[in-house]
Every structure is written in structure tokens, then in C-alpha cells.
Design a protein around this ligand. Sequence first.
Ligand code: HEC
Length: 138
Amino acid sequence: MKKAIVVLFVLLLAALLVTACGGGNTAPAAPTSAPAAPTAAPLPAGDVAKGTELYNQVCVACHGPGGIGVQGLGKDMTTSTFIAGLSDAELLEFVKKGRSVSDPLNTTGVDMPPKGGNPALTDAQLIDIIAYMRSIHK
Ligand code: HEC
């Protein structure tokens, strides 16, 4: 009787081990062809020429010609590690939101207004401006 219980116990342990190891014959997480999370969907490519024009209408006053920045106003975009570190999608979100002086991440004590203070700008136009920003980045 006692022996039967021990055998049962051993069998149970063995069964547990097998299930814990996934049976050993299922393939390791097969790569799926499904695209990554929808939030990571790449943006359509922007048009640098259109972006340059828009930049020169909306952003140049603070960020200077060619994005080199203006003392006491917008920051230099050409050497910005912040810009370099963001994806286009993240940059789009940033430009739409701006970085007000009340934002703890604000570094200058000057407002970066949402969409550079031009609420009429569409996502497509901002994507063009982002293409321009990428083109001037060193
Ligand atoms: C009224 C002035 C002003 C205008 C117009 C403006 N910006 Fe800015 N922008 C700023 C200021 C000031 C900062 C820095 C904020 C801070 O202190 O962190 C900034 C920061 C940024 C940054 C982050 C740079 C970094 O290295 O942290 C980006 C990107 C940016 N602006 C994009 C734009 C774009 C694109 C436009 C045009 C659509 C624009 N800005 C128009 C004032 C402006």
C-alpha cells in the first residue's frame, strides 16, 4: 500500500515535470509574420521640400534658419540628441503637444507651443516638417 503511494507520487512528479517543460516537443515561439504592435506602425514618409517650406513659415522664428536655434527662443535642432532619440511617430506626438514651461522636461524656461503655435497644421504637414528636421540633423 505504502509502495503504491510512493509510485503514484513519483508518477505525478514526472507528469508535472513534463508539463512544466512544455512536453519538450513544441517548437519555441515560432516567429509570426504579423506586424508589431499597431502603435509602432511606421509613418508615411514626409516630403522634405514641403517640410522646408512649412518650417520656414511656422518654426523658423524660434528655431532659426536651418534649425540652428535662436538664443532665448527655440533650441538647436541640428544637434539635438532628443530629436535623434525619437522615432518619427514619437516626434509627431511631441510636436503636437509641445513642451510648456510647466513641463518638468522643459530645459529653457521658454514655451515650445503645441504645433509651434499653428493649430491648423495637419499630421501630414507635421510629418513633412519631421522629414525636414531629419534632413538637417547632423
Ligand atoms: C514660439 C517659439 C517656438 C516655435 C514657433 C516653435 N518652437 Fe519648438 N521649441 C521652442 C522652445 C523654447 C523649445 C525648447 C523647450 C525646452 O525648454 O525644453 C523648443 C523645442 C522643440 C523641440 C525639442 C528640441 C530638443 O532638443 O529638446 C522640437 C523637436 C521642436 N521644438 C520642434 C518644433 C517644430 C517642428 C516647430 C514648428 C512646427 C516648432 N518647434 C516651433 C520654441 C518654439
